[in-house]
Structure formats: C-alpha cells, structure tokens
Design a protein around this ligand. Sequence first.
Ligand code: WTA
Length: 631
Amino acid sequence: MEKNITSFEEYKTEYAKSINAPEQFWEGKANNFTWQKKWDTVLQWDFTKPEVKWFEGGKLNITENCLDRHLEQRGNQTAIKWIANNPNEQSRRLSYKKLHTEVCKFANVLKNNGVKKGDRICLYMPMVPELVIAVLACARIGAVHSVVFAGFSAKALADRINDATCNILITADGGFRGAKITALKDISDEAMKNTSSIEKCIVLERTKSKIVMQKGRDVWWHNEMQKASAGCAIEIMDSEDPLFILYTSGSTGKPKGIQHSTAGYMVYTEYSFRNVFQYTEGDVYWCTADIGWITGHSYIVYGPLLSGATTLIFEGIPTYPDAGRFWQIVEENKVNIFYTAPTAIRALEAKGMEFVNPYDLSSLKILGTVGEPINEDAWHWYGSEIGKDNCPIVDTWWQTETGGIMISNLAGVTPSKPTFATLPLPGIQPCLVDEKGNEILGNSVEGRLCIKYPWPSIARTIYGNHKRFKDTYFSVFANKYFTGDGALHDENGMYRITGRVDDVLIVSGHNLGTAEIESAMDQHKNVCETAIVGYPHPIKGNGIYAYVICHNTPENSDSLRKEINDLVTKQVGAIAKADKIQFVNGLPKTRSGKIMRRILRKIAAGESDNLGDISTLLDPTVVEEIKITAQ
Ligand code: WTA
C-alpha cells in the first residue's frame, strides 16, 4: 500500500504535482491496484458534453481489489465488525476471508436468480453485513447496485425502482431502528404494486416479522444461499462501466439517479480515505452514516475495504437505548477513527455529558464530520469533550455527485480551522465564481463553489437523463462543474462552505428537494399551493418550514397539519416531514410568478424586520399577512 501524506509540506508538493501533471499523478495512484489489464489513456474529458473517462481501456473488478487481493496478507483480519441495534445482541465479525466467501456465494445467488452484467439491482435493507455483501456481490458480477435508504417510503422506493428499471429487489422482513421495527418487506410489497420490472425479491430474515411471501417472486436469502455454490470468478469490467446508481434530491422534479463508474471511483475513494483519515494499518474505523447515502458507499464500504481496513457497522441509532450508545461502542471496540454528522454531534451534545463521561474514549485518534456545515460550538464540543483535545477533526466537504471527499484537512497533517472544510485534496481544483460565472480570484472572497477540472470519482451521468446531468451541473457556469453550494475563502485560501444556493435542503445531513416535499403536500385535497424553505434549527441544522395555501380555511388546523405530514411520510419518508406548517392566503411572487423564497426564508428564520426590497412583488401585501401569522 502507498504511504499517506504525512506533512503539510508534503501535501503542498503533492497538490502541486496533481495540478501540474494530473494524469501522471493519478496514474501513479492507479498503479497501486490490481488490474486485469492496464489502461490505454489516463484521462479524456470534455465538460461541454459533459464526458469524463478515466483509465479508458483498463479492465478490472473492484471487488477483487476490496477482497481477493487482501486474502493472502490479511485473510483473517476483521473486515467488518457489526454492532446490532440491541446492545444485548451478539455483535458479528467477518474476516476478509469470510466476507469474500459470502460475497461469492451471494453473487451466485444473484446469478441463479437471473441477474446479468449491467442489470440494475435495488437494495432496500437495514444496516446489516448482508447489505455490504449484497453491494459487493452486485459489483462482483457487474450488476449495478441502487441502494435506497431504508427510511424512504413505498412511493419513493417505487419511483427509484421504476426510474432505473431494476429487475431484482433485495430487502429484509424488517429492520431494527431504536425501539421500532421498520416493516421493510411490507413497504416493498406496497412499492412493488407500482413497479413492473421486478422479477425477483430476495428477502433477508432479520426481525422475524410476519410477512407475506409471494410465490414465484419472493425468495428467502438463507434458502438461496444454501443452494449457491462457493466460488465466483470476477466479471471483468471496463474502467468506465457503471458501478452504481444512487439517488439524490434535486432542486426541481424527481430525484436524480447519480451514476458512478468503476475505476476512477475505486482509485479516488481509496486515496481519499487513507489520506483524510490518516488510516494506518490496524486502525478500527467507524463511520456512523447509513449505507443508503453516499457517505456509506464511499466510506463504510469501498474506501475502507479497498484500503484493507476494519470497518465498523452499526445497525441502530445514536440515542438507543440511550444517548451514550455511540460512546459505549467506541469504548467496547476501541474505535480509533470516528466519522459522523454535525446533526448527531449537536443532538448528543444537547443530551449532556452524563452520557459521555462513563465511557473511556481514549482509543480515539481522529474525528470527522460530513454532510452539512458544522457550527463552531459543535466543533469545539466534539473536539474537547469527545476528542479530549487530543484528536484532529476533519471537516469533509463533498457530495453524492463527487463520489469522494473533495475539500478537507488531512487529519493532523494539514491545518484545521473551526467551521472550515479548509483545503482541496490533491487533484481537486475548486474555484469561486460570481453570478455570471466569472472566477473570483484572491483570498477573503465569497461566491459559488465550482470545480474546474475532472477528478477520478466525478459522477458520469444521471441515469437515463444525460441532458439533466448537463443542465444541472455543467451548464450553469460554462466549462465548470457547479456544486450548488456557496463558499468563502479566508485570507489563507481556506474554504468555508456556507450552504446550498439552490432549492436543495440539507436537513439532519440528509439531502431533500423542496419540490419533492411540495408535490407530496399538494396532493392533499384541501391544499392548493405550498412553498417549502429551511430555517435554522438547533439540532437538525435546517428545519423544514412549509407555507400552505388551502382551498378552504381548515376547521382544525392541527389535524390538517398532521394529515399533510402523513402525506409527506407516505410519499417521501418521515425524514421529510415539516417541522412547522403555516397556513397563508397568498405567497410572495414576482410578476413572472416565481415564488420569492428569500422572503419566506427570512420570515421562517424570524427575521421579518429585515426583508430587503419587496417592491418587485406582484402583491407586496401578502407579506404583511404572512409576517403576522408566522409560526
Ligand atoms: C452539504 C454528502 C458543509 C453540501 C457527502 C453538499 C457540507 C451536500 C459538508 C451534499 C461539509 C456536505 N460542510 N456542507 N463538510 N459536507 N455538505 O450529496 O451542501 O448527501 O452540497 O453528500 O451536503 O450532500 P450529499
């Protein structure tokens, strides 16, 4: 394995090399992997199409790199340490050898059920080792996995299955989450009523919940595994063959199936994992994200396994059975590297030190955060109360679309600064632009965050809609990838991400589209129009504030609020429920009919005295009314 960057000086040298000779730089990294055939060209790209190809002509399988190549040296090392939701349930340990065997077997299960290279497979599962096994089994045989977060509703699941025309759904009888059981198979059944592509549903037994198995379609995971043979040769994939699709919310319309390809994603997730977290041989690494999000894909599954690390997987939630659960797990498993979201940090901070103090956290060396801007208070609490002033914090900025961490300090190696993601990783060329797309040069400036040059794990397309991919990311500013985030630069050129500049909301670190929530609410028979905005929320980062126009004045506004939120739960999922719903008679619109969300955001944030210029509104009087009845 390649050495990590170990000093700020070395970072600067590596960064310069990566900019001056990107192809040579990444070729050097790619040489650390096992290839069936090496590439003909390192990089071909054209952002106007957009088209990006890394390591074209190369042949490989990512699971050979995650599993097979480790067997000789670390076959008996723990690959996955799994901790159950219930603290009394036995944890599980899968060595690299065992994981390899299980992946091969399940790959054969997929084949026995008709899966072929290029098929799309939907995974709707709890956080159990079988989810990782299923992900890798898909990759082993060249099928494209599409993991759907197990908190999404039947409608959201069906939409995602239909969009990618998945032919197999892998789920479980249920999932344990805190004190609750999520009825994953029932939800899947509901979803499958509205899908036509699913031929087989493979069901893992987890909760022993009573479920219905449909003959001919539904099969049990354990029965299929018994029938499957052990060995499974890798499918030899092209570098640019798709590896997975992962849905993320957009500013408008339906979720986007972000598609990643094989070789570039592999090279970048491994490189970024090792360097950002300064992973060293033998470290126990724990990322608390769900595998249903990109963080779980890149930094629970692929990055750590490619690096031969021990990756801990937790099935449950931070507050079950109490708010000390994370710290108990850290103590019991001597976790060295811990990666979580600001929302979890704030929620646990609010519970008080009595949940932290009982535990020995001295194994911790490095802390990380991801998913949303971290506020200064939470940053300090994390560093002093969890890290005992002894652990660098890496604030890692990146996106589903970027595949891997883009802007972050390297733990203990490059400088950190509270609330700043700091500097780009080698190979990443960010810039700030003004509204017209002109680059804003110099330090101490603020603008929209773009990336000027391709990196290996950049998304290649939106599944089935390359035009939307181009329009969303490559057409807003010519010849640049537009992130949708705003950012500023301090006097030393360090980046601070200030938040989304589009209509994507980050709530508890989850990406939600305002359009998706609005259209769910609009389905209520008494709802005429809605506008969703975010407002500052002490734990979630952003809360969801809904302005709703009704056809008829509601008789009981609380019960209507509940009905509206029930619809959101059904259509999208409970994570998208509004925290506040205000009934209004009109919305502030421009003369061209566009909702002025800026005004609604200010009112939701309690800053209605400072609305700025509202004279361009079609009817400025609606604002007065909204201000008076604000929640
Ligand atoms: C936000 C998650 C500030 C940002 C990996 C981005 C962050 C969106 C940070 C992507 C961070 C992520 N500081 N904001 N360290 N990390 N974000 O696709 O707005 O779920 O565009 O990927 O999360 O969310 P996604």
